[in-house]
Design a protein around this ligand. Structure first.
Ligand SMILES: *Cc1c(COP(=O)(O)O)cnc(C)c1O
Length: 221
């Protein structure tokens, strides 16, 4: 795997204004440093302990994004290190992140995860749940959390029609939420698209793609 080259190749396919999150979960520090050396500064991790260990041993100017399912008992641990949490999937988690951010006197950016895919196992708010959350006023009341957009995944399938429809649904959810928020200045991001489907996601309005295996190769769990 030539990680540096892979990053440059992927970047060449991503338009300006779309952020590349290099998903480095399960890959060693050396692989991340190869990406770092060609200028990559935004990395995505899906496990709290792994994110913290990497953040402690790698350069300070890396921005760590948390992209996996976040258990409430892991929030405190990642709070000092993480710059964006993509995967907020409940009101309880949102309020806990706000409280923990307040405790250490920082403001943290988060995305609300929306669920549109066919798989039942995936986390996230349905459109209805998300609109309910916005209408309850909770988002506008947060003091130490900025809700900056939504994150979603398409169904894991080869059916391009379905993938297109899923990304379109995520983008529509974003628009509807944006319209309902009282203060939506910071609400600008749609995180969608992975190695196999990011080009479609960009066509549908993604502002942030999360790419792992195309850059780092297959993960050994
Ligand atoms: C692992 C993961 C990715 C990256 O997947 P690839 O197919 O390796 O690009 C993106 N998003 C989330 C939420 C992930 O867990």
């Amino acid at each position: 795997m030539n990680v540096g080259n892979n990053i440059l190749k992927v970047r060449a396919t991503i338009p300006q204004g779309v952020e590349l999150v290099a998903v480095s979960k399960f890959h060693p520090n050396e692989a991340l440093m190869e990406a770092y050396e060609v200028g990559q500064r935004v990395f995505g991790e899906s496990r709290a302990t792994e994110l913290v260990a990497k953040a402690k041993s790698l350069p300070d100017d890396i921005q760590w994004h948390f992209i996996g399912h976040l258990q409430t008992n892991k929030v405190r641990m990642i709070m000092p290190y993480v710059s964006l949490i993509h995967s907020v999937d409940s009101e309880r988690l949102l309020l806990l992140i706000d409280a923990e951010a307040k405790r250490i006197n920082r403001t943290i950016d988060v995305l609300l995860q929306v669920h549109v895919a066919e798989e039942e196992t995936k986390f996230g708010f349905s459109l209805e749940e998300l609109l309910q959350l916005v209408e309850s006023g909770v988002i506008d009341s947060l003091e130490n959390v900025r809700v900056v957009g939504v994150m979603g995944m398409a169904t894991n399938t080869d059916d391009e029609m379905r993938i297109n429809a899923d990304f379109e649904a995520i983008a529509q959810t974003y628009q509807q939420t944006r319209t309902l928020l009282k203060n939506n200045d910071a609400f600008t991001q749609i995180s969608m698209g992975m190695s196999d489907d990011y080009l479609i996601a960009i066509e549908k309005g993604s502002t942030m793609v999360r790419i792992g295996s195309t850059i780092f190769g297959y993960r050994q769990y």
